[in-house]
Write a protein that binds this ligand. Structure first.
Ligand code: AMP
Length: 396
């Protein structure tokens, strides 16, 4: 996949650019942004457009207001932070498509930035309503999508809009597409995938497709218990997706036939209760206690996974190896992050919890690539067509 970036568009001066950003930042009870990473990541494209004299109209969503105006999900705190970061005034339009907005659009000067209120206040957004998408497209001359993290969603301001207006990748999006295209089309080998986390149903389809592409899959986190159960191990009271055990058996069989190694944990940190203070024992997969809960991968598994990661030329990681929010059960997740940080080949972490773990452990700068998209990067690896990407212009 080779998509045109906004840097390939030569006539930005005076052009009204509708810029889709992912400003879906965590905001606490007092209305304060607790992590502004997503706003910081948006700055290169915004600054690029300002410097080239474009008139920048930013669209984003925040949270799940479910199609209703809800001040709790207003983008106002984001606009305030953006003002500080850009050190310039920003127009904030709360009344989309109003007379006031039309007037503001007419009087915008080159280099001005306007942010529209949360697009999910409109029920049409998540329905990918055509008429709504057309109305959004009419606000500008060209569209620029820099919200990779949401590009797997078929929503009006991500997918629908691209049918009505010339559409380009933002600078961040272009980098994401480049990295994942290379990963799919021409990975250096051995290619190791590391999967964890709890949502087995989200990731299990991916494993089937990954078996076609990678040399080895390391499975940790709650997900591993569904696979260990499929292999006939007792996993006590660990989190298991019962409905997926049969499918897990099929996947293990498929991997065997394709000679792809699936590595499951050989030992675990096992607690009696699901708590951050819970005492734990190290248990092997063969001697898992009936009343135990697997909270993290054990030391032997850490050594096995770290060794396999150190030998990889390409690795993709999505999902923590344990209940990493509790410090005593974060060792497995930290070890994977460390092993990847020490490998100077193409080590890629896909969004969400694993990306924030990499950042919190201080390894971010040692990685080849930290993606901003969890679900979106999984969808790309799966070989799915991303609704936000299909209609973006190809590079000439
Ligand atoms: P996901 O959204 O699928 O990436 O899942 C992330 C969540 O998986 C995190 O909140 C972890 O606490 C959770 N998790 C990882 N390992 C385990 C485990 N062994 N038991 C229960 N939850 C887990």
């Amino acid at each position: 996949m080779n998509k045109a970036s906004i840097a390939d568009y030569k006539y930005l001066e005076g052009t009204k650019v509708i810029l889709r950003e992912d400003f879906n930042v965590p905001i606490n009870k007092n209305g304060v942004i607790s992590d502004d990473k997503k706003i910081i990541e948006a700055l290169p494209t915004i600054n690029f457009l300002i410097e080239r004299g474009a008139k920048v109209i930013i669209i984003s969503h925040l949270g799940r207001p479910e199609g209703k105006v809800d001040p709790k999900f207003s983008l106002e705190p984001v606009v305030e932070r953006l003002k500080e970061l850009l050190d310039m005034p920003i127009l904030f339009e709360k009344e989309l498509f109003s007379e006031h907005m039309q007037k503001m659009l007419r009087t915008m000067k080159n280099g001005d930035v306007m942010v529209l209120e949360n697009i999910r206040f409109f029920p049409e957004e998540e329905k990918n309503d055509e008429e709504f998408a057309k109305k959004l497209a009419d606000l500008g001359d060209i569209y620029c999508d820099d919200a990779f993290g949401t590009s797997h969603r078929a929503h009006a301001s991500i997918a629908g809009i691209t049918k009505f207006i010339p559409s380009y990748c933002g600078l961040l999006m272009a980098k994401e597409v480049e990295v994942f295209s290379q990963l799919i089309e021409n990975p250096q080998r051995p290619f190791v995938a590391i999967l964890g986390g709890a949502k087995v149903s989200d990731k299990i389809k991916l494993i089937s497709n990954l078996i076609e592409k990678v040399d080895c899959i390391l499975i940790g986190g709650a997900m591993s218990y569904t696979f260990l159960a499929a292999e006939g191990y007792n996993v006590g009271n660990s989190k298991v997706d019962e409905a997926k055990i049969e499918y897990a058996k099929l996947l293990l069989e498929k991997a065997k036939n394709k000679k792809v190694k699936i590595c499951l944990p050989i030992d675990h940190l096992v607690a009696k209760e699901f708590s951050f203070l819970a005492d734990y024992d190290v248990c092997s997969s063969e001697h898992f206690p009936e009343d135990g809960i697997g909270m993290d991968i054990g030391p032997k598994t850490i050594r096995m996974f770290s060794k396999l990661i150190s030998q990889a030329k390409t690795a993709y990681w999505n999902g923590p190896m344990g209940v990493f929010e509790y410090k005593r059960f974060s060792k497995g997740t930290r070890a994977v992050a460390k092993a990847m940080a020490e490998n100077k080949n193409q080590m890629i972490v896909g969004g969400g919890d694993s990306a924030s773990a990499v950042r919190n452990f201080g390894f971010e700068n040692d990685f080849y690539f930290v993606s901003t998209g969890g679900g979106a990067s999984l969808a790309m690896l799966e070989g799915s067509e991303l609704p936000g990407l299909v209609n973006l212009k190809d590079k000439e």
